[in-house]
Write a new protein. Sequence first.
Length: 465
Amino acid sequence: MFLSVFDVFKIGVGPSSSHTMGPMSAANRFLDLILSDEWPRPAGAAVRHLKVSLHGSLAFTGIGHGTGRAVILGLMGEAPDSVDPDRMEEMLETVERQGQVTPPGHPAYLFQPKDDLVYDRKLTLPGHANGMRFTAHDRDGRLLLSRIYYSIGGGFVVTDTELEAMRGARAKSVDKVPYPFATAREMLEMARGSGLGIAAMKRANELTKMSAAELDEGLDRIWAAMSNCIDRGLKVEGIMPGGLKVKRRAKAIHDKLTDEWRSNRLNPLLANDWLSVYAMAVNEENAGGGRVVTAPTNGAAGVIPATIRYFLHFHEDANEEDIRTFLLTAAAIGGIIKHNASISGAEVGCQGEVGSAAAMAAAGLAAVMGGSPEQIENAAEIALEHHLGMTCDPVAGLVQVPCIERNALGAVKAVTAASLAIKGDGTHFVPLDAAIETMRQTGNDMSEKYKETSTGGLAVNVVEC
């Protein structure tokens, strides 16, 4: 089972990998399909009009998550990793005013958002909770092309047929890599047999797809984007968009911590405070639609960057290679979770987002603290186990409450889990695979109200209060 570190960590924009980045990428794919020879184009027919319907969780919380905006930007040819956040509003206003989208390399297509973008809360598409249907029509309104896409978490997008094929071939992989572990148990067995650490095995797998220089450059680029996101979040004040009027707090907290750091006053909670503010800075940026890295999702984007920055802050001997080891180890754990359960809040609740991120961060931190493969697996298990059952119930469908603080607490749990694991010898009662399977089962049993639909939990009770 091979999932590249660059599939786990993707540079994009907020506020949601599944509700923003995924739909934008789906729109990109549909544009590519229109120009391709992969569909039976009627003689003389030409696409002149596009329509999109959003289903399931995308319909219920799409407005708060910016899904419609993402679809429009995607139909304008913009991609998550390259769209300029400062130009998004201008492009959206142009589409609204002109009633058409003008992607590069295409003719202009009619698309009036208020009529052609439908949030369909009545129909849930069968493959996944995050479903989209894109259709293309001729000038007379005749349907020429229709495709269903699913945003399955972490910015991953598949068609309905691709999703079916994925599930049918879930237990096997066609990728030829030296260490094809699909479970934590296999990972530990391969580590013992090879004498390599988890990051070294992950690196060996990646090197079958790219050169060492390309891998290191890519890892450094991922960390630079994460670090820049923290820095931006620590400098910006004001109210986050969406109507809840939630204030950004990271800058004010950071300023207080900086003053306290300079004064050398004793504060036994100082490390936790720095860890928390780093996570909050990232997720405030995400909530504002800024540039973030899926880790493994946008909703959980603050946990891993905060844990790395914490390590750099409080460990004097930390270096560049440690960051690469951290990211490779975290990606190995994230791949196992995604393969055997889910990282999608719409599929298994927030245990799949912040819980997965905490497990990945705990593993990465244990690795750079010198942990053995068994201690690293233990760290991931501790962090994931204590997020089991966590619901996804964002107030007003916005990735703000409780998401921002939840990332801070996820980072705290990750550091605590790594510390506990490092102090042991790697033996423990609950295997990581058991925790992952429990998360999958719990997600299947969880009511749809608590899976990113904002129809239960805090999303309902805070409004009532």
